[in-house]
Design a protein around this ligand. Structure first.
Ligand SMILES: C[S@@+](CC[C@H](N)C(=O)[O-])C[C@H]1O[C@@H](n2cnc3c(N)ncnc32)[C@H](O)[C@@H]1O
Length: 277
């Protein structure tokens, strides 16, 4: 892991402790690859067939990168970004002053007035029970509106298998067992189709595998330190975190061999769903 990223992980975990809860996000680490991460949000928005929208909700808005795209596309819309991370919300407020940002858990979000667009890029994978969650979110979509969702399909990727392996084999195994057990599981695309079609949606689903060009194995570690590794690192102290990351780096080295120019190619499959009322 690069020194800068390592410092950012330390800062993020300190912030998590100070905020009194595990799971605080680190916008600086997340932003390191913001161009790559935002590409999927742009592609998801590209699949939204609305010509106008008056009310837009960005679920799990993160540092405001997805809300920024929404504000550019729907300049007249009232946009609200929801997130559970104060650090992310603070970043988003600075980045997109035209939108409103609110601390809110998606699991308990229950708006009284429907939205023309409910947008959730790289967020719903953190929530369970998609068979009820997605139809519930679709219920908040206005007539002729849309629910648009993108989630990474990473369960079987070498990057994520290695996270679970390192967590299960280290001295932290007992503490991290609940994290290993509750890793996000994305259902088959047919399931999302069925659940949303049964709720009355016209559904479109597609998958894309992005290939990210990263700076060596360190780049892969940095990428996930800002996202998928967070739940594993949060409960650890500083020395354990360093040890975990060292083992993780070793565990993924064979799967992400550098090319002749030193770059590592990280395949990243993602599932896209657009459900129209
Ligand atoms: C990977 S980031 C995605 C950020 C942004 N939407 C994008 O397109 O890059 C996921 C965000 O979802 C938020 N999040 C995770 N679980 C959440 C929940 N239950 N309710 C609200 N936000 C949540 C996290 O705090 C984080 O900011």
């Amino acid at each position: 892991m690069t020194e800068a990223a390592s410092r950012a992980v330390r800062a993020g975990v300190t912030a998590a402790r100070q905020s009194g809860g595990a799971g605080e996000w680190n916008p600086a680490l997340y932003m390191k690859f913001v161009a790559e991460r935002t590409r999927a949000a742009r592609d998801l928005l590209g699949g939204v067939p609305l010509t106008e929208a008056r009310r837009v909700a960005d679920l799990g808005c993160g540092p405001g990168n997805s809300a920024e795209l929404l504000a550019a596309r729907f300049a007249e819309a009232a946009i609200v970004g929801l997130d559970t991370s104060e650090a992310m919300l603070a970043h988003a407020r600075q980045r997109v002053p035209a939108a409103r940002f609110v601390r809110q858990d998606i699991a308990t979000w229950s708006p009284e007035t429907p939205y023309d667009l409910v947008f959730a890029n790289a967020t719903l994978q953190f929530l369970p029970r998609h068979e009820t969650l997605l139809p519930r979110l679709f219920a908040f979509v206005a007539e002729r509106g849309c629910l648009a969702v993108q989630m990474p399909i990473t369960l079987h990727e070498a990057s994520h298998a290695a996270m679970r392996l390192v967590a299960a084999e280290g001295p932290w195994a007992r503490r991290l067992a609940p994290i290993v057990r509750t890793q996000p599981v994305i259902a088959a695309f047919e399931d999302y189709y069925e659940w949303l079609a049964a709720a009355g949606a016209k559904v479109e689903v597609w998958t894309t595998t992005y290939v990210h060009m990263l700076d060596g194995v360190e780049g892969v570690v940095d990428w996930f330190a800002g996202s998928g590794l967070r739940p594993f690192l949060d409960p650890l102290d500083e020395a354990e975190r360093e040890a975990f990351l060292a083992r993780y780096r070793e565990a993924i080295a064979d799967s992400y061999a550098p090319r002749a120019d030193g770059k590592v190619l990280l395949p990243y499959p993602r599932l896209f769903i657009v459900a129209r009322r």
